[in-house]
Design a protein around this ligand. Sequence first.
Ligand code: SAH
Length: 394
Amino acid sequence: MVSIILKRGKEKAVLQRHPWVFSGALQQVNGKPENGQLVSVLAFDKQFLAYGHYNAQSRVAIRLLEWDEAHTPNEAWWRKRIQSAIANRSHILTPKTNTCRLVYSESDYLPGLIVDKYADYLSVQILTTGIERNKTIIINELQKLTGAKGIYDKSDLTARAHDGLEASSGILWGEFPPEYVEVMENGIKYHINIAEGQKSGFYCDQRHNRNNVAAYLKGKTVLDCFSYSGGFSLNALAAGAAQVTAVDSSALAIETLQKNIVLNAFDVTKTKTIHSDVNKQLRLFKEQEVVFDAIILDPPKYAPSRSALDKAARAYKDLNRMAMQLLPTGGLLATFSCSGAVDMETFKQIIAWAALDAGKEIQIIQQLHQPEDHPVRVSFTEGEYLKGLLLRIV
Ligand code: SAH
């Protein structure tokens, strides 16, 4: 096996089990490894540190897989890692929930692999050359463990470009999923368009938060901003909300949400959908002096990296300020950020500024996070991205 020696001092992060080795940390590559090839990583004094996947094109030159020298990642190793990721989720899948994330990349010690389950179908994102090279074993094991009817490749992501990979999508195993796959989450049914939908098809990371927030919405008028296929709207209706208004700029999202209301036999007269830009719509509501009892803000990632933090902070602040202005005393705001670069403390600070600008006094009544099928490894806190606050206007 090709070995790579790190510069003096660069072993520290590896010993702390961080799974990334940046290209600047490499002292010497012994051989000519191909992209995605398994290599062993040695400290400057030649002591074994870990096994990983090498990629000459990526800023992350080695993605570490295994720290025990006796456990060389072979076929049995791959199968075991997938088995353990899936076994850890077995209790999430119940008669009321047949969708969740089965594999979450570095957090499941499988860097570059994301697998989401949608009833009988799996949606897979392969983000690295290392995972590409082991695709056959991975797909076989996933099929064996889940009995999936079809496994769909949804790797059309810019992230792949970092590893020199082209976007790719299509069927990897079995049947092509139907245009709309029906899934259930917390007893609520959703149509999911795996091939055309956003991300891998659905945002299963909001499963608990949808439930938590809905518990406050009985009899309330609710504005669900960035609704996508209606995760928060449908939970609000199930909890007895008086009226729900959903806003999203994607026509497919609005169309899917409307289908989902019918699918669950909810009262269509209680729901209004608006195909528009949220910022524009919030301004319009302010001009029209429309108010709501509760607002949900679940925007896309505003800060894709740390360098975008300042701009993103302003965007989050403006968005939250505008929403707060539509809420009376006692009103509720469930506000989220899925930017990894914005940590909870920073997010709270942004919200505090928004409240000052809006002239509102607010209380945090719940702090919300990504669910357990998106675990956070203590040695890889980069895996923590979703945070939310449930606020009350006082
Ligand atoms: N709350 C959703 C997930 C939201 S994902 C759920 O529970 O499933 C973010 C959504 O924001 C996407 O559907 C995207 O189409 C929408 N979006 C992005 N920018 C927008 C904008 N400026 N105005 C309105 N919607 C926007």
